[in-house]
Design a protein around this ligand. Structure first.
Ligand code: NDP
Length: 265
């Protein structure tokens, strides 16, 4: 592979771990490539910027995943289905789009053997792709969201959905925070009384926010439940993106030891 340039496009993008993850893997595997970050303010300019910067591939983060979907010439069937792309690779002047968030998340929760019934707190973009892949993998996913608007597309896709106004308490194996509640504030993703009802019967509680003991995870620990944050999801989506970037020249187990170092630096 000759020298290739890669980047993450987002706004904001300064906090992203992706440059460190990918550069560690490029260096460890002795690939002559470089990965940087690019603050993209206007998502409509994504394709122009990609070619202007002479890139081979990009990851896309908030708020541009739908623009990324529109910018692609070819879409992987799963990315097509969920309408969100977080990885683009250029081949012969065409842009190929993939979604690696969802398979990354699926792998991250695979350690909870036997878990089937899942409660998603939140109905945003990440919840959409991950709920779809969980459904395809045989999980039974219920969605609880603060407001009604985003639930329509889940109802159309056959999910059981609730708002805070009509939530019916049931037992769930996994309770998962898919919202940004707790990222930059001290809020819980839903009223505490709901969590005090559903957490005790859960096998584990998961937050897709990473690198932070969120109020949700703190509450789960107070209930003596196993917890997991979003670091593995981030790591696995990155490894899967790297496989696309390198046209599958390297296997998952070869990439992961190098990328993992980004989480201890
Ligand atoms: P979106 O903006 O698409 O969706 C946000 C969701 O959170 C909505 O359902 C919204 O509800 C809900 N929400 C936001 N704030 C609150 C609150 N205070 N209380 C209750 N509900 C709230 O976000 P994304 O799906 O893109 O991202 C969600 C989270 O996932 C972010 O924290 C992001 O950092 C994280 N993430 C982690 C990844 C990883 O690799 N670990 C990868 C991608 C994302 P409403 O509809 O009512 O507005």
């Amino acid at each position: 592979m000759s020298k290739h340039l890669f980047a993450i496009f987002g706004n904001p993008v300064s906090h992203s771990k992706s440059p460190l993850m990918h550069n560690l893997a490029f260096r460890g595997l002795k690939i002559d490539a470089c990965y940087t970050r690019y603050l993209l303010e206007n998502g409509g300019k994504l394709k122009d910027k990609f070619f202007e910067l002479g890139l081979k591939g990009i990851n896309i983060t908030v708020p541009h995943k739908e623009y990324a979907y529109q910018a692609c010439d070819e879409l992987d069937p799963f990315a097509q289905k969920v309408g969100a792309v977080n990885t683009i690779v250029e081949r012969d002047g065409k842009l190929y789009g993939y979604n690696t968030d969802a398979p990354g998340f699926l792998k991250a929760i695979s350690e909870f053997n036997g878990a089937k019934k899942v409660l998603f707190l939140g109905a945003g973009g990440t919840a959409q792709s991950t709920s779809m892949i969980l459904k395809e993998a045989g999980y039974d996913v219920t969605i609880l969201n603060r407001s009604e608007g985003r639930l329509v597309r889940y109802q159309e896709a056959g999910f059981e959905t609730y708002t805070f106004e009509n939530f019916k308490i049931q037992e769930y194996d996994l309770v998962i925070n898919m919202t940004s509640a707790g990222l930059e504030d001290d809020s819980l993703p839903c009223p505490k009384e709901f969590l005090d009802e559903v957490i005790p019967s859960a096998k584990a509680c998961i937050d897709i926010i990473y690198g932070k003991d969120t109020p949700f995870l703190k509450l789960a620990k107070a209930h003596n439940k196993p917890t997991k944050d979003g670091a593995d999801m981030l790591l696995y989506q990155g490894v899967i993106a790297f496989e696309y970037f390198t046209d599958n020249a390297y296997k998952f187990h070869e990439i992961i030891p190098y990328m993992k170092r980004a989480f201890i630096l």
